[in-house]
Design a protein around this ligand. Sequence first.
Ligand SMILES: Cc1cc2nc3c(=O)[nH]c(=O)nc-3n(C[C@H](O)[C@H](O)[C@H](O)COP(=O)(O)OP(=O)(O)OC[C@H]3O[C@@H](n4cnc5c(N)ncnc54)[C@H](O)[C@@H]3O)c2cc1C
Length: 457
Amino acid sequence: MPPYRKDSASPTESGASVKPALPRGRATWLRRVPTGLRATRADVNPSRVIIVGASHGGVQLAASLRLDGFDGRIALIEREAGLPYQRPPLSKAFMKGAEAASFPLRPFSFYAANAIELLSGLSVTSIERGPKLVRTSDGADHAYDHLVIACGGRNVVPPLPGLACRGIYTLRTRNDAIALRDALTQVRRVAVIGGGFIGLEFAAVARGLGIDVTVIEAAARLMARIVSPAISGIFLDRHRNSGVTVLLGTPAAGVIDDGAGRASGVRLADGRIVEADAVLVAAGVRPETDIAEAAGLALDDGIAVDGSLTTSDPSISAIGDCASFPVAGTGSRIRLESVQAASDQARAVSQRLTGRPAEYAAIPWFWSDQGPFKLQIAGLAAGTDASVTTTPMPGQTAVFCFADGTLKAVETVNAPGEHLGARKLLGAGKPVSLAQLERESFSIRATLATLADRPVR
Ligand SMILES: Cc1cc2nc3c(=O)[nH]c(=O)nc-3n(C[C@H](O)[C@H](O)[C@H](O)COP(=O)(O)OP(=O)(O)OC[C@H]3O[C@@H](n4cnc5c(N)ncnc54)[C@H](O)[C@@H]3O)c2cc1C
């Protein structure tokens, strides 16, 4: 097996050999496992690992396995043709004009240099758990010792009349993005169904191009599933100030056909009509679970995994947007849709498969670029019951979110230093109270300094 070889920082091909650089056992997002999660014989050092889905989770797992010394077969099977690519730029830099080819996850040379078989343009159609095989759309069977499902999610398509019209777009894949960007050169008015991250990122770019944009959101506030009411309010003002029309508490009822099979607007549930030459449907993501369900794996808002990311079959793991995992100490599960979660989960599974099992216990973090505003979130704001908004520096915002008086998340706008500090604060393993932050005048740096002197409770 060749030594691990890393891609260069530039998107050009490179075969430069480098030292392993990814986090190992000391990383803060890994904890030693409770005895119940110890790897079984079936988990450790399998000789054939098959990964379904070559995106942020799957490609990171293949890379981490080589970094962690795995010298068996790695096959990455991916439905989309071509070189696996990064998704976040699709609603940001790519929409503004960057080349689609500029965002590969790794250069082509990386896969050959690390003996990773990339089978792209092939779907896994079934998992045969008895003989441990996956079948692909070309009719071939591939044997595995351990299978990792990294199938991600697919966009929710709301049951609205008119969605078959021309001029309706969605945004998940490179091809979706190419079609939507082409449309932007030809339209004057765009309607966006859904005021979540992707809808709002797109709205900001389209508005920046001088297009009239209306965001249609059924909930009473923007990004309601993920962010605090304070951040929803701040972004509502910012989008409206930039000229985007935002309709809240306003479900879409259907797309209007212009009579020639093309969308001419969106009909709202209250009877109003938003005229538009193109409609982006950005109504959320649902986990891709079809093959897992057909194989009889346990599901619970995604493929249900335990704290070590193992599914109900010990020879199968699941990571990324498709996996729901237990939140330590709460009895509840969560499914995260973020690059960081998919990547951290991949690293955790790699460690388990190479004999160093650890519970996945990362502090989640997310980002969203909406026009000139960079929103970064450390922790989970959903389910918090109080927040305090501060201005660390002029032009910056930090929202501290609490549940029962304990800090659970910090949301920042254009304050990357505060975001990094917040990740340290939440990852320190010590609860931080509202009272303590008040004493430190909501200075993250000062609070971190006091934590260093305090024993873990
Ligand atoms: C436009 C856009 C912007 C985003 N911006 C951000 C951002 O700013 N920050 C952030 O943290 N996150 C962002 N995200 C979310 C982030 O991209 C996802 O959380 C991340 O891609 C999840 O990685 P994944 O590997 O779990 O799944 P995915 O990226 O969804 O990849 C799953 C892969 O599996 C393949 N697949 C599925 N089923 C099969 C099968 N049966 N056989 C073979 N292959 C299969 C799919 O084709 C897909 O390529 C964005 C997402 C989009 C779409």
